[in-house]
Design a protein around this ligand. Structure first.
Ligand code: ATP
Ligand code: MG
Length: 373
């Protein structure tokens, strides 16, 4: 997959900019607050995912503007293709000039982002790790986002009811319990589908992570990764029928506890995964460098799985992370991605020396200046 050109209109501080990238390495450098991350954020939106900074869509419009536009030409599936995203009150997406929904963008344009947040994937709380899984799976399983949205909608309804039962002591308990049961029944299927997809994804990245980490640690440490569902006693074969029974029972068994808390205490929204190095938790005991290497291994594995599924290397976006890697990791990293189109942002060019071919772009106040390297 290669991005051939990118045109931005009123996207954050990029008023009207065109980027014609190199097919391999592209370095975007400049002082702080010039628009480097804005540029890679716009590229990332072409995947159909939300901004990796957690920004709301209206924050992406240049101050005072009602619309923004991202137009990308790229090479994928043996042909030139185009995605146009118009942001504003009405969001419009066109894939090869045909109107599409955000979910239809899944798999059309693939890109993986490494940013400082990703490097804290190991040491921070479980929500970061769940977000990693949800995001990575959405890119290769078009239905996943819809299942997740549906789950969140029903979960919200159950939580609203739980909170009402917690605070409104005079409400008709039997009616509320009946409604609660209805929500629980509707939750069973999406819960099963989400947990099963996540476990399958972990199984899929495991051999890659082991392979990558073996090389990073020069065979000194063994990495392992395991999904930890908050609903206990699910069978290891994830048999659907058995799982659904256990999920429903678990929701019902935790009712009193859930009413006391005013929210649903178990389910995919409370799950986690654990990474160990030589059987010891990387989160609790890993050094900064080990945690960094684990995060790197996770992201590289994500790229490899996308490549397995789509037969194409996703575009890599490295926002503010490359210059912070030590020499060995930089070398290892670049070796992994020889035929990949990469976008690297950095404040100063010294941290990215050693990259010999490609293009560099200087970003000044939302304007891109191209220098052939
Ligand atoms: P750093 O090196 O500090 O990471 P950067 O070059 O990556 O900096 P960005 O985060 O891309 O900087 O851009 C930040 C600039 O974009 C800020 O000056 C900010 O005010 C501006 N900006 C952000 N959103 C908008 C918007 N919606 N409209 C106009 N300008 C915006
Ligand atoms: Mg930045």
């Amino acid at each position: 997959m290669k991005l051939l050109s990118l045109e931005l209109k009123n996207y954050r501080n990029l008023q009207k900019q065109v980027l014609n990238p190199h097919e391999k390495v592209n370095i975007i450098y400049g002082d702080n607050a010039q628009g480097k991350t804005n540029l890679v954020e716009a590229i990332y939106l072409l995947t159909g995912q939300k901004s990796f900074r957690g920004a709301k869509e209206n924050e992406l419009l240049k101050f005072g503007c009602e619309n923004a536009e991202i137009l990308a030409r790229f090479f994928s599936g043996g042909r030139e293709q185009e995605i146009k995203i118009i942001l504003g009150k009405n969001k419009n997406i066109y894939i090869n000039e045909i109107k599409a929904t955000p979910n239809e963008l899944t798999g059309v344009f693939n890109s993986v982002i490494f940013s400082p947040t990703e490097l804290s994937l190991i040491k921070d709380g479980p929500s970061e790790r769940r977000a990693f899984l949800d995001n990575a799976i959405s890119k290769i399983m078009p239905r996943y986002s819809a299942i997740l949205q549906n789950f969140n909608k029903i979960l919200y309804q159950r939580n609203t009811l739980l909170s009402e039962m917690k605070y409104n002591k005079y409400a008709d308990k039997s009616l509320l319990t009946e409604t609660l049961f209805a929500w629980e029944q509707s939750l069973v299927k999406p819960i099963y589908l989400l947990i099963n997809a996540r476990i399958r994804y972990i199984d899929r990245i495991t051999p890659h992570i082991k392979d990558i980490y073996r090389e990073i640690s020069k065979d000194k440490e063994k990495i392992n990764i395991e999904y930890i569902p908050s609903i206990k006693n699910l069978p290891t074969d994830m048999d659907r029928h058995k799982c659904e029974e256990i999920i429903l029972k678990s929701l019902q068994d935790s009712r009193q506890e859930d009413i006391k808390n005013g929210y649903t205490t178990s389910g995919p929204h409370r799950d986690d995964f654990n990474i160990t190095l030589n059987n010891i938790s990387a989160r609790s005991y890993g050094s900064q460098g080990q945690q960094r290497s684990c995060a790197l291994a996770l992201k590289i594995a994500e790229c490899r799985v996308i490549e397995e599924v789509t037969n194409e290397k996703p575009i890599l976006l490295l926002d503010d992370v490359f210059s912070e890697l030590d020499k060995n990791r930089k070398h290892f990293f670049l070796k992994q991605f020889l035929d990949t189109q990469i976008f690297i942002t950095s404040c100063d060019k010294t941290g990215i020396q050693g990259i010999k071919s490609g293009k560099s772009f200087r970003m000044v106040n939302g304007e891109i200046y191209s220098n052939q390297k």
